[in-house]
Write a protein that binds this ligand. Structure first.
Ligand code: HEC
Length: 107
């Protein structure tokens, strides 16, 4: 039983590890620079009423972007984000999430 638990924990660790490295942060940074920063500010630090999106969990960011992409509202200004998320591919979303989760104000 213990042996089973240890190997199960090992498999979960590998899975989480793979997941957190599934996006290409450099590609995400380039995609972010195309237009996301117009609203969310440099490196996703947030600007006026636009939410800060840097430093959040990858899974959270992926989920938010896919929710907007599907046309589902989250907050009062979702229509803006739904428009922005609609053209994103799964790969772009993963790359953006990888970049934003690790972004700091100075990169
Ligand atoms: C026209 C302005 C605008 C642009 C451009 C824009 N966003 Fe947003 N974004 C918003 C607004 C406004 C919200 C909050 C929407 C709501 O009320 O649900 C938001 C929300 C988000 C959220 C969810 C934040 C949270 O914690 O709930 C993420 C993630 C996000 N944007 C990522 C991006 C990415 C990545 C891009 C570029 C592809 C982008 N945004 C481009 C305005 C914008």
């Amino acid at each position: 039983m213990i042996r089973f638990l240890i190997s199960a924990a090992f498999v979960v660790t590998i899975f989480l590890h793979d997941y957190s490295f599934s996006g290409d942060a450099e590609a995400g940074k380039a995609r972010y620079a195309q237009n996301c920063g117009n609203c969310h500010g440099p490196a996703g630090m947030g600007l006026a009423s636009y939410p800060k999106i840097q430093g959040k969990e990858i899974a959270y960011l992926v989920d938010r972007l896919k929710t907007y992409r599907a046309g589902t509202k989250i907050g009062p200004n979702s229509s803006l984000m739904i428009m922005m998320a609609q053209p994103l591919s799964d790969t772009e979303i993963e790359n953006l999430a990888a970049y934003l989760s690790s972004a700091h104000n100075n990169n």
